[in-house]
Design a protein around this ligand. Sequence first.
Ligand code: NAP
Length: 311
Amino acid sequence: MRIFITGISGLLGLNAALQLKDRHGVSGSYLTHPIRVADVSAYSVDLSKAAAVEEIFRAKRLEVVLHTAGLTNVDACEANPAEAKRLHVEVTRHVARAAQRAGAKLVHISTDHLSDGTNRFVTEESTPAPLNEYARTKWQAEQVAVKECPGALIIRTNFFGWGTPVKKSFSDWILDGLRSGRTLTLFHDVYISPILINDLVDVIEELIQCKESGIFNVASCDRISKFEFGMRLEKLFGRSPGAVLEPVSVGMIEGLASRPLDMSLGTNKVAKVLGREAMPSVEDSLQKLKDLGESGWPEKLQDAMRLTGEA
Ligand SMILES: NC(=O)c1ccc[n+]([C@@H]2O[C@H](COP(=O)([O-])OP(=O)(O)OC[C@H]3O[C@@H](n4cnc5c(N)ncnc54)[C@H](OP(=O)(O)O)[C@@H]3O)[C@@H](O)[C@H]2O)c1
């Protein structure tokens, strides 16, 4: 397949490019952070400019557009709702419209943030009840994606994995803290069902190959508090002397945008479609994270963002 990744310099985009490039023709776009990966073409394209998006999609004769670009900082979206709307709703409109015109399949990356957090393992059928601007604009983006490109595949997810020099993942942030010997506070009352990025990319590839469309939750089969997630990382990776993980309630932190307390996603639909008994557990995914770390994956991500001309 000829796959174009928007946000190829991002956490998900760069991992996806490295993982897919040996089996597919991969290209993509960044805004401010160039990447350099053998066999992958990357272009600087401001996705908020509709004509620029149309032009690159037409030129590349695409089969799949994996739309990962966005503004992932929840508090930044709250502080600047116009920017959140521009980057989620308007950019998605341009990407989806151009994908439809190019005859390409759109895979739109959404979020686990859409519910009000009162129910666990929400399904694809539950009506979203967004609590903040990030979630509101991501939900609007889903609707725009389907309107402009009716065969779109919408992926609701929460992921962790090895990050880039520019963007750290949740697990990177905890591992950095464990290594540096600091006290890290983690919410004991916020629940997620995070999937390893590399497993997420595999599932997306399978869903495309199965010609699926519509909304899919792609997450781990279990739910875990952010504090417990940190404890499991500590158990697996160890810690430097002095590093402490401290449980704290999200309600104790002032100035944060409202967040759902339970963001866990039900994954029966995706497991059934893919013929699996269940999606991976957090425990298995953490072991895989460690294995990838030992196999040189983080260095590949670092190399991809080492600028031309640097030693
Ligand atoms: N991170 C998570 O834990 C998480 C959880 C659930 C869902 N998601 C969703 O997953 C997707 C990917 O997240 P991520 O963490 O991989 O994102 P990220 O690392 O923050 O990357 C964002 C990407 O968007 C690009 N971008 C931003 N504005 C742009 C513009 N105007 N034109 C072109 N490109 C632009 C950035 O390019 P430059 O860096 O080159 O400027 C970057 O490549 C997002 O849609 C997010 O909502 C993320």
